[in-house]
Design a protein around this ligand. Structure first.
Ligand SMILES: [Zn+2]
Length: 309
């Protein structure tokens, strides 16, 4: 069984402002922990390709893609795409193209059978990026680009996107709100940024708002009570994961109290669903996670669970 690890050195060239939490060291924290734990040699390593315009236009408007491309600044310059969170510098556009391209490659690898599952260790993250708006450090919605590729290129009829980042995946919801071929499941701290996800009346949007201070037991109860029944009924041919690790108890960014075991557990549960309905196909994209040590450890137990230890 091959587990693909997809990244690109250009994802680390994207630097934002001083004191911004979304730093290149996030990816090296994962790399370092992978090497130290011995997981790295168990994975097949791939360079992320550049996403194509056609692939982006499945989930973003042409005006928005044009806006991002034309906003890309030169050396020593900086452009803000929203109220201040989402910044582009010289290498951001290239990093964002690699991050979205990684999700596409991940889907291609699991659909061809070259890999059973894939993890995209990329930045900038994606799940806050809406169809026509950058938001919350996110420029292109990587996981949505991957899911849309699975529908359009591989002809899948049922793709689940599961989001365990501590923040609601408002961008993914915005993109797939009217797409019944995609089931979107999200747990998130509420009320909290981005202040979305509370009330929905769609059978293919499973939002589970959780109060601050949530422990692993409550998180697992939410997954068992809401996600797993919805996934069993939907029978996804592919599961995409928005893997944000900022619900870890060591995170200053938010107020969940999850630990590595919780990320391992939810990964194993999703893997079982993927085995039952989608020949084990699972593509995971890094979202949040800003406490570097906790991020490295959490990503590695996630990978370990994908491998099947
Ligand atoms: Zn987050």
């Amino acid at each position: 069984m091959t587990i693909a690890f997809i990244t690109h050195h250009e994802c680390s060239l994207h630097r934002v402002a001083v004191h911004h939490p979304e730093v290149p060291e996030r990816l090296s924290a994962i790399d370092d922990r992978m090497l130290a734990s011995g997981i790295s040699i168990l994975l097949s390593h791939y360079d992320a390709p550049l996403v194509t315009r056609e692939q982006l236009l499945r989930v973003h408007t042409a005006d928005y893609v044009d806006y991002v491309e034309s906003s890309s600044p030169g050396p020593d310059d900086m452009v803000c795409l929203d109220e201040g969170d989402t910044v582009m510098t010289e290498h951001t556009l290239q990093a964002a193209r690699r991050a979205a391209g990684a999700a596409v490659l991940g889907v291609d690898l699991v659909m061809s059978g070259e890999a059973s599952s894939a993890f995209c260790s990329v930045r900038p993250p994606g799940h806050h990026a809406e169809r026509a708006r950058a938001m919350g450090f996110c420029i292109f919605n990587n996981v949505a680009v991957g899911a849309a590729h699975a529908l359009a290129q591989h002809g899948l009829e049922r793709v689940a996107v599961v989001d365990f980042d501590v923040h609601h995946g408002n961008g993914t919801e915005d993109i797939f709100r009217d797409e019944p071929r995609v089931l979107f499941c999200s747990t998130f701290q509420h009320p909290f940024y981005p202040h979305t996800g509370e009330a929905v009346d769609s059978p293919h949007l499973v939002n589970v708002p959780l109060t601050r201070g949530v422990t692993g037991r409550e998180f697992r109860d939410a997954v068992k009570g809401h996600w797993l029944p919805a996934l069993e009924a939907f029978k996804p041919q592919l599961i995409m994961i928005s893997a944000g690790f900022d619900g870890h108890r060591e995170e200053d960014m938010a107020d969940f109290r999850l630990v590595e075991d919780d990320y391992a557990w939810v990964t194993r549960e999703l893997k079982e669903v993927a085995k039952r309905h989608g020949e084990g196909r699972l593509v995971s994209c890094l979202e949040g996670g800003y406490a570097l040590s906790a991020l490295g450890r959490s990503a590695c137990v996630h990978l370990d669970a994908l491998i099947g230890h």
